[in-house]
Design a protein around this ligand. Sequence first.
Ligand code: SAM
Length: 287
Amino acid sequence: MASLGNFQSTNEIIKKHRFTFQKKFGQNFLIDERVLNKIISAAELEKDDYVIEIGPGIGTMTQYLCEQAGFVSAIEIDKDLIPILKETLDSYDNFEVINDDVLKVDLKGLIEKNGNGKPCKVVANLPYYITTPIIMSLLESRVPIESITVMVQKEVADRMMVGPGTKDYGALSLAVQYYAKPYIVANVPMNCFVPRPNVDSAVIRLTCHKDAPVEVKDEKLMFKLIRASFNQRRKTLVNGISNFAELSYSKAEITEALNKIGLSETIRGEALDLSQFAELANALSEK
Ligand code: SAM
C-alpha cells in the first residue's frame, strides 16, 4: 500500500470509512513523510526490535514501524479506527492492534511476551491531552524501555529539556532528566497534521538511563521535594516544603539540611538542579 503520510491518502481513507475525528482523543494525524522519516530515523530501529506505538490512528507511522522493526504492538483507544487499521496494515504480519487506553495496558506483560528478553522502544505521535501522564507512567513504571521517541507539543518538549533559571523548568524537566537523556530531534509546524492542531509540535527522543545520573537514597522523597518546590514556585524552598501536606519536616530541619549541602535558607526550589535535589533528599532522609 502507498504511504499514508500525505493529505490525499489520509483524506481518502477517512472518507472511505466515514471516520469522524474525535477531539477528545487528541486526533491530529501526520501527513508529512519527511517528519515521519525523521521520527523513524531518530528511533534507531533494528530488525529484531520490539516497538510499542501509542495511538496508531489510521496506521500511518505503524506502516513505517512494521517495515523497520521486528514486531509492533499498536495501542489505540478509538474503536472506530480498528477496521481502518485492519485495512491499512493488511500487508504486514508483524504487528498486533490493542484496542485500549494505553494507561490501562499491562506494558510489562507485553514486553515479557514480545520483547525477546530485550527492552522495547516506544515510538508515537502522542495525543496531547495526556502527554505528561503517558510519559511519566512510562518512565516511572520501570518497565524495560530503551528509548521513547515521540511527537509532543513544542512547549512540553522544551519543558523536558531545560534546567534551572528558565520559566519552563519544573517537575517534568527533573523527572525526565532523572530517568532519561532528552534530545529534540525536530520542530514540527502545525501544517504537518490533519486536522491542524493549534500549537506547534516537536519530536523528542528520551534515551532511558541504565543507571540513574544521581545517587539518591529515597527516590520517593526526592520527587515529593520536587513537587513541593514547584507547587509553590514563588515561595522559598523552606516554606514550600514545610507547607507541603505529604511531608512533615520543620523549618529548622529544612534549613539545616540546606546549609549542610551549601545552600542558603532563602533559596527557591526552582534554583536547584537535579543533583542538588538528590543531595537535599539524602540530607533530609537522615532526619
Ligand atoms: N499515530 C497517528 C499519526 O501519527 O497520524 C495518530 C496520532 S494522534 C496525535 C493520537 C492517537 O492516539 C489517536 O489515534 C487517538 O485516538 C489515540 N489515543 C488517544 N488517547 C489514547 C489513549 N489513552 N490510549 C491509546 N490511544 C490513544
